[in-house]
Every structure is written in structure tokens, then in C-alpha cells.
Design a protein around this ligand. Structure first.
Ligand code: FAD
Length: 310
């Protein structure tokens, strides 16, 4: 059995594994895909101390750093269920989709999240070529250009306000007849001269010239008319889904499915810690996920030295 078993191999999981291994305790990491969302990222310019890098490059360095330690790495394996210990201090089990079961005295869950996609033609083709999901990350790439934000919830309107300070113009497209964002955000957005808000708009297609985004097409649901907007960037802000479905019923989650954690990354289940985008952490970023992975690993170590071995 492991002392610490990390579930997830993104920035949070990699940091947790390294911090655990450096304590000289038996550490394992089980992940579907090493690197996580970083593998889907093109340019990264906000990983402090590295001026600019690319997702697959950073993911390879993460893996190399983890492999430098005595960590049992199991990739292409998905956890399907965790089974709590009968008594605090007993082994916790992680069941894998392959049918195998892993046992550990403590866990760090770092299974991350995924952006909800529009599922319209052109979205995949122009992902990273104008179709973006993270305004903090990619906003500056559209300096002085026209962009759209899809989604009028808090994240969409926050993105519009953020982007309006950088780009020439922002068009917000909301499917519903009204915005769901907090009133104060809506007021702020409406007060900015370069934000237009279109409600009852169903985005139907991402338009491009083969190399990059040139616009989008939407249906005006009030009139059923199809309309086109010319722009260079489309920020999709229709939700971030935590990869925590497999934990339902075992750990306390928010209504949105995020794992509730305390200051040391502890969850509602003794010995189970969590870190990164899968948790209630309000800002989902690489550097933040790494910090929280380190924090959860130290929390798990603290738990282990206070809990008798089974
Ligand atoms: P993830 O990176 O999501 O990793 C989750 C890990 O868990 C993966 O290894 C996955 O395979 C594994 N996993 C999931 N479910 C299971 C399961 N059931 N069993 C086993 N393993 C499982 N942030 C920045 O700071 N700067 C940027 O420029 C930036 N650009 C981005 C661009 C894009 C397109 C995207 C999608 C995100 C971007 N982000 C950026 C956000 C950043 O990638 C995330 O905040 C960060 O990767 C979160 O790390 P994490 O370890 O919590 O989760």
C-alpha cells in the first residue's frame, strides 16, 4: 500500500507527488493523462519565472520532475470509485476502471476540471486559433482586436469586463433572455463603452479562414434569424465542470460538484485531501493548482504522522 496516493497527473497532482516523495514516504500517482489540461494549452505566459512556454513542454517537464523521485506512476488509468476506510487510519481504496484496486493510507484527489464546450462546427478546428476558454491566459493575445464572450453568467461578464480593458471591442452572447451574472457585474459591464450584450442568441458556428477565427454565426431566438459577427477571438464561458463525478456520495461536494476543502486541503473524509481545479478554489490556474497540490501533500503528511499505521 501507499502512504500517499495522488489521483490525477496535472499541475496539482504533480506537485502533490513531489512534495510527498520528498518526505520519504511511499508515494504513487494514478492518472488518466499526465499533464492534464496543460496538454491542451498552446501558449503559457503566466507561469511565474518562465516568461513563455507551451503546454506540452511544461507537461513534459512536470513528468520529468516527478520521475526524478521514487514515485510509482500509473498512467492511462481512471479512478471510478473510492472506498473510505472502516476506521480512521485504515487503508482507503481506489477502484480503477480497469478493475484493479489500489490501497493507500491517504489520498490527494487532483482530477481537475474541463471547460464546457459549445459543440458547434468550427469550435474544435479553431481551438487555440481564436477559440479560447481562459481570459486570464489568452486575453492579451487579442490586444486591440474584436472578440466575443459566450455566456452571460458571472464568469462570462467577468471575462467581458476583463477583456474590455485589453481588446478593442467585446460582444457578449447569452442564450437566455437575460443575463445570470450578479447585478453589480452587469452594471459595470454596461457602463463600459466597448461591450455590447446580445441576449437570446444561440451560437451556431465558429467561422474561420482555415488558419484562424474570423467570426461567428448565431441565431437570434426572438426572430429565428441567422446573423454573423466579425471578430478574431471567441471566449467560451459556459461553465467549468469538475472531474468529481466518481466521488458523488463519498465526499462532500458543492452543488456544482466541486470538492469542499479546508485550509490544509482536507476533505470531509479523514485521510482524503484534494487540490487544484477539482476543488472550490475560486481561480483555476496552473500556478495556483501547483501551490494547492503542495499544500494538500503537506496536509496529508501532517495527517499521517498523527495517525497510527493500520
Ligand atoms: P488538470 O490539469 O485538469 O489535471 C487533472 C488530472 O487528473 C489529469 O492528469 C487527468 O488525466 C486526471 N484525471 C481526471 N479524472 C481522473 C480520474 N477519474 N482518474 C484518474 N485521473 C483522472 N492556466 C494558466 O495558469 N495559464 C494558462 O495559460 C492556461 N491556459 C489554459 C488553456 C486551456 C485551453 C485550458 C483548458 C486551461 C488553461 N489553464 C491555464 C488552466 C490550467 O490548465 C488549469 O488550471 C490546471 O491545469 C489545473 O491543474 P489540475 O492539476 O488541478 O487539473
Amino acid at each position: 500500500p501507499f502512504d500517499v496516493l495522488v489521483v490525477g497527473g496535472g499541475p496539482a497532482g504533480a506537485a502533490a507527488a513531489i512534495y510527498s516523495a520528498r518526505k520519504g514516504i511511499r508515494t504513487g500517482i494514478v492518472a488518466d493523462r499526465f499533464g492534464g489540461q496543460v496538454m491542451d494549452t498552446v501558449g503559457i505566459e503566466n507561469f511565474i519565472s518562465v516568461k513563455a512556454t507551451e503546454g506540452p513542454k511544461l507537461a513534459a517537464s512536470l513528468e520529468e520532475h516527478v520521475r526524478d523521485y521514487d514515485v510509482d506512476i500509473m498512467t492511462q488509468q481512471r479512478a471510478s470509485r473510492i472506498v473510505a476506510a472502516e476506521q480512521v487510519g485504515d487503508l482507503i481504496q481506489v477502484e480503477l476502471e480497469s478493475g484493479a484496486t489500489l490501497k493507500s493510507r491517504s489520498l490527494v484527489i487532483a482530477t481537475g476540471a474541463r471547460w464546457r464546450e459549445m459543440n458547434v462546427p468550427g469550435e474544435q478546428e479553431y481551438r487555440g486559433k481564436g477559440v479560447a476558454y481562459c481570459p486570464h491566459c489568452d486575453g492579451p493575445l487579442f490586444k486591440g482586436k474584436k472578440v466575443a464572450v459566450i455566456g452571460g453568467g458571472n464568469s462570462g461578464i467577468e471575462a467581458a469586463i476583463d477583456l474590455a480593458g485589453i481588446v478593442e471591442h467585446v460582444t457578449v452572447l447569452e442564450f437566455d433572455s437575460k443575463l445570470r451574472a450578479d447585478e453589480v457585474l452587469q452594471r459595470k459591464a454596461r457602463s463600459m463603452g466597448n461591450i455590447d450584450i446580445i441576449t437570446e442568441a444561440l451560437t451556431t458556428e465558429v467561422l474561420g479562414d482555415g488558419e484562424k477565427v474570423t467570426g461567428l454565426r448565431y441565431t437570434d431566438r426572438a426572430t429565428d434569424e441567422s446573423k454573423a459577427v466579425e471578430l478574431s477571438g471567441i471566449f467560451v464561458q459556459i461553465g467549468l465542470v469538475p472531474n468529481a463525478e466518481f466521488l458523488k456520495g463519498t465526499l462532500e461536494l458543492t452543488p456544482r460538484g466541486e470538492i469542499i476543502v479546508g485550509a490544509q486541503g482536507e476533505t470531509s473524509l479523514p485521510g482524503v485531501f484534494a487540490a487544484g481545479d477539482v476543488t472550490i478554489a475560486p481561480y483555476k490556474q496552473i500556478i495556483i493548482a501547483m501551490g494547492s497540490g503542495a499544500n494538500a501533500a503537506l496536509g496529508a503528511f501532517d495527517y499521517l504522522i498523527r495517525t497510527p499505521e493500520p
